[in-house]
Design a protein. Structure first.
Length: 102
């Protein structure tokens, strides 16, 4: 009955079929068991079922965020931009984009 993983997405403010994937978190004791993969698949299926055109997401450029960057790339996301010094001086925000085919 415990919550061990969670994710969130919503359609963009224009309601034009773009979805913003805001976060994915898995309790550290439950990592490496496939929960992130299952949650992402559910999120992508949800966006597709809502006639989504794309998913947009982001993360930090620090080395400790490389696992999530790999997950984005593995799941078809492309790095589309960098916001320098977004979080703090020297910490950029990386924007990733995945088109959803019909």
């Amino acid at each position: 009955g415990d919550i061990v993983a969670v994710t969130s997405c919503k359609e963009n403010e224009h309601q034009s079929g773009g979805f913003l994937w805001d976060y994915l978190a898995v309790h550290r004791e439950y990592r490496r068991h496939g929960f992130a993969k299952v949650l992402f698949q559910a999120l992508e299926n949800f966006a597709r079922s809502a006639q989504g055109r794309y998913i947009l997401t982001y993360t930090c450029d620090l080395p400790e965020y490389q696992p999530i960057q790999r997950m984005f790339r593995t799941n078809g996301f492309e790095l589309i931009g960098t916001y320098p010094n977004y979080y703090y001086e020297g910490e950029a925000r990386l924007a990733f984009y995945k088109p959803l085919s019909p």
